[in-house]
Design a binder for this molecule. Structure first.
Ligand code: GTP
Ligand code: MG
Length: 340
């Protein structure tokens, strides 16, 4: 599997080059003045968003990044050349933390973002800089300053407007396939989806992004199944669609499914249960009218949700999906204006 959404790096910006101590030597000028140039500045380190990346796999083997040091100054007042900057490409949505303090340093949410993370050290001063009225021939020069070093943790949190949550096999990927051009794999076995997939929906007035993530099972927060770590990819969304599998092979009724899923969401750190969430009852093509009516009544009664927040669809046939998408578009616009 080549999807990685966490990485640890050690980075070190370049040291400044030292200043030079030198005196002018020319024919017929016996006491040439000081002409030692300053050292060059060390290279800085930047993170730059690359929208073609969607994993942190490149950091799995390479964990140490150094920018180049500045070079020494030289005689004849020559400045040392600056060390080259280092630019590290990261996917859109990468959050950069200080690994030692866990402080969030940068959230790479701008498609053309470039962010400095460690500054190179300034170059030292050459002896020419120390010439004064009282000291015409200083030998003094200074070493360059050290470049900044940092321990960094990267976390990729996908950028999406809507997140899909549900037990494995509930039909989340089938839904995303049906409504967008994303093509996550579909399978009649649990845990078909092993990494997040993003699909763009073109609505009437705007477009928005849906994130499909691996299925959750009871105990996921304790590591069962694929765990809950993928929930970070829906932590930025304004709206969650919680899928209930109406034809569940594990025989858990829809009310219970939603309750179990909510418990798992609750154990995740980013207040996921505070988000607006709608219940999506999927696979209605396999259920008769009478049973559907009972399911709806049970959900409304047991979970105390309004009928406006429950949708009945068939991701396979597409029934009910266009109405859902229309409402989604309106809700996404609303939730974006709330967060502005
Ligand atoms: N009859 C019917 N089958 C469906 C429907 N939606 C999904 N399925 C089937 O259910 C199975 C699981 O579908 P997926 O879309 O892979 O389910 P998932 O929720 O993405 O599952 P994971 O990736 O394992 O979490 C597949 O065999 C689908 O063909 C539906 O609306 N009706
Ligand atoms: Mg799937």
């Amino acid at each position: 599997m080549n999807f990685i959404d966490e990485a640890y790096l050690e980075i070190k910006a370049g040291d400044g080059g030292s200043g030079a101590s030198s005196f002018r030597r020319e024919k017929y000028i016996p006491f040439g003045g000081p002409d030692g140039g300053d050292g060059g500045k060390g290279g800085d380190i930047y993170f730059k968003v690359n929208i073609n990346l969607n994993t942190l796999i490149d950091f799995q083997n390479k964990k140490i990044f150094n920018a180049k040091n500045g070079q020494r100054g030289a005689g004849k007042n020559k400045y040392g050349p600056a060390g080259e900057d280092l630019i590290i490409d990261v996917p859109l949505g990468t959050v950069i933390y200080d690994h030692n303090t866990d402080e969030e340093l940068i959230d790479c949410t701008d498609k053309s973002g470039i962010y400095i993370i460690a500054k190179g050290g300034d170059g030292g001063l050459g002896n020419a800089k120390f010439k004064s009225s009282t000291n015409q021939a200083p030998r003094k020069c200074t070493p360059g300053f050290k470049g900044e070093t940092r321990s960094i943790r990267l976390e990729l949190k996908s950028l999406a407007d809507v997140g899909l949550v549900g037990f494995p096999n509930a039909g989340k990927s089938t839904f995303l396939n049906k409504v967008s051009s994303a093509k996550p794999k579909i399978g009649d076995y649990p845990f078909t989806t092993l990494r997040p997939h993003l699909g763009t929906i073109k609505g009437n007035d705007s477009s928005f992004v849906i994130a499909d993530i691996p299925g959750l099972i009871e105990g996921a927060s304790d590591g069962a199944g694929l765990g809950i770590k993928f929930l970070k990819h829906i932590s930025r969304t304004g709206l969650l669609l919680i899928f209930a599998d109406l034809f569940s092979t594990v025989n858990i009724n829809p009310v219970k499914q939603i309750q179990l899923l909510r418990n798992e969401l609750d154990s995740f750190k980013d207040n996921l249960t505070q988000k607006v969430s709608w219940i999506i009852c999927n696979k209605i093509d396999l259920i008769n009218e009478e049973d559907l009516f009972k399911i709806r009544t049970d959900l409304e009664k047991e979970l105390k949700v309004s009928s406006k927040e429950i949708f009945f669809i068939s991701a396979a046939t597409g029934e009910g999906t266009s109405e859902l998408l229309k409402k989604l578009e309106t809700e996404v616009i609303k939730s974006k204006s709330r967060s502005d």
